[in-house]
Write a protein that binds this ligand. Sequence first.
Ligand SMILES: O=C1O[C@H](COP(=O)(O)O)[C@@H](O)[C@H](O)[C@H]1O
Length: 271
Amino acid sequence: KMPTAKGAVINVRDTEEEVAKAVAEYVAKLSSKFAKERCKFTVAVAGGTLIHTLRKLVEEEGYRNSVDWAKWEVFWVDERLVPLTDKESNYKLAYDGFLSKVPIPPSNIHPVNVTLPADAAAEDYQTLIKTLVDNKTVDFSNANGSPKFDLMLLGMGPDGHVASLFPGHPLLQEKQRWVAAVKDSPFPPKERVTFTFPVINSAANFAFVITASDLPEWVQDALAEKVAKAVNSSGGGGGGQGQDLLPVEMVKPEGEMYWFLDKSTASRLQG
Ligand SMILES: O=C1O[C@H](COP(=O)(O)O)[C@@H](O)[C@H](O)[C@H]1O
């Protein structure tokens, strides 16, 4: 484990399998801490490769039986505006790979209402989160009044995008809204709903999970280049200073930040 310039911790494992084990251990520890302290564990997840890497939590009996799943409240950092049954849906990915295999009460699982048009879906999700902040299910940041999720788990695209916040997009500068619609995603599907930086950067615990060993060389190189930029960046985060920063460089959570990387990514960082 190495600390970075931003005070984050880089956790490197030899293989994707080992990363998956390390992530499971990290999530289980936080689950137990927050279940004790808050009687809740609010987790916001992205889609993508991250979900496959979460599999050890449900595959290994030790975790499946010991984690207090009833305390979990699950949210999406971003969602694609497709039916929840569509293979492009981040909800479906998480449900099939993870949520359907553990006893989280269905009422604690909070998908985006994808039957609404994009702007209305974003507003609806923000209203839901506001209700859950008001009833203390979701904590809030004293610094800016944004919701403060106990844990956020994200991946990163090879262009440096995080959640559905893409390089150069005006939403990178959003300061007021917690949830916003994206109608021009450079990757399909075009329409999405995403948390904004005020929420992402209020997380109590934040982890990037990036495993690239099975991906083409150029993707591995692109991912490593963006990770290096982000871990070496000494600031400019805080949700939007600096017009030319990549989204991944703008992640600067209030709480602890971890990078879980496999060796194929980490070995490229030194070069
Ligand atoms: O489009 C998206 O991409 C990112 C990154 O995905 P990955 O497969 O490259 O890890 C993902 O975090 C986000 O949730 C998703 O909507």
